[in-house]
Each structure stands twice: as C-alpha cells, then as structure tokens.
Write a protein that binds this ligand. Structure first.
Ligand code: ZN
Length: 183
C-alpha cells in the first residue's frame, strides 16, 4: 500500500482520497494553517498533519508526536529583503523564499525549490488572498483568510502539489509568509 504524502498513513490502492486526512493521493485538497501562540499547525480534514515550533530563530517542522524534525525554517541574513530557507534533515536547503513589497498593499516572493521556481503573490483588498503560481502561470496553491474564524489562520487549497514538497515544503512557505511577511 502506498502512504499518503500528507499524513504518511497507508492508503489502499483502490482509494482516491486518504480516509484519514481527506486529501487526494497526489496531496491535492483543502488544508488549514493555524497559529496558536508562537506555534503553527497544518491540518487537513480536521487532522493535524504537521507542527512548526520556534526554537531561537529557527522553526522546527515535525509530524505531530514525532521526536525528530523533518525540516527547519531559518531566516537568511545578508539580503535587503526578508529571506528564509527551508532545510532538510541534512541541513540542505530545499526551498528559498525572498519577499518583496509592502505588507500594507501587496507582497510577492520568489520561491526556488531546486525542482521548480514558483512565485508567491499576496494581495490585500480587504481580504487576504495568496496565490502560489508555477512557471506556466498555473495556480499551485490558493490561500485565504477564514472570515468566520477568530483565530489567526489561512485556509489553503492545494491544486497542483509537487510530491517532493508535501507537506512540509508548502507548510514552510505559508509559515514563512505568516511569520516574516504578514507580521
Ligand atoms: Zn492522509
């Protein structure tokens, strides 16, 4: 049986969606990133699938209940604009983000993953709407603020996920946006 890219639990070959977290077998579907104190959680289908916990300047990205971090989100010095990297366990950079623009109007970011180059665009016209776009102009991920909710969070719709970035790469990109660009 293959494992779900998002929650890592086994999924029967005959299934189209994961029965635990509810996303498609390619990882497409609805997610939510919530901020609770200084921690962030990624959930799908009401199930927490990843947690980002700050330690000094670094965020540790883990599966819930796991002892070891899978990835690290670290600020990168030396750039005029806010810049962060997502590192793997071997401390190789798998994603780099550099933010541009002003938080009161629009923010964009270049996202380099080594596999693909993406562009993150955030517009504020009353509501927050975030688009992550690939080199063909296709929307990979859309994020918006949940108007009915009092907690700080973004609802995500992942449309064309890259399995290599599931779920920590996309989670790290949204945590970076919320922590370094929207703050
Ligand atoms: Zn799952």
């Amino acid at each position: 049986m293959p494992n779900c890219h998002t929650c890592a639990l086994p999924v029967p070959n005959s299934a189209n969606v994961c029965s635990y977290c509810g996303v498609g077998l390619d990882g497409s579907g609805q997610y939510r990133v919530s901020k609770d104190g200084d921690k962030f959680t990624l959930s799908a289908g009401g199930v927490v699938v990843a947690v980002a916990t700050p330690k000094e300047e670094v965020f540790q990205l883990k599966r819930p209940g796991a002892l070891a971090s899978e990835n690290y989100l670290v600020p990168v010095d030396g750039s005029a604009n806010p810049s962060v990297a997502i590192l793997n366990r071997a401390l190789d950079s798998i994603v780099q983000l550099t933010f541009e623009g002003s938080k009161s109007t629009s923010i964009s970011a270049t996202v380099e993953t080594g596999l693909v180059s993406l562009r993150l665009m955030l517009r504020r016209d009353g509501e927050i709407g975030v688009h992550l776009i690939n080199g063909d102009g296709a929307v990979v991920l859309f994020a918006s603020q949940d108007q009915d909710s009092n907690d700080i969070g973004l609802d995500l719709l992942l449309m064309k996920p890259n399995p290599e970035l599931l779920p920590m790469g996309y989670f790290g990109i949204i945590v970076a946006l919320m922590q370094y660009a929207l703050k």
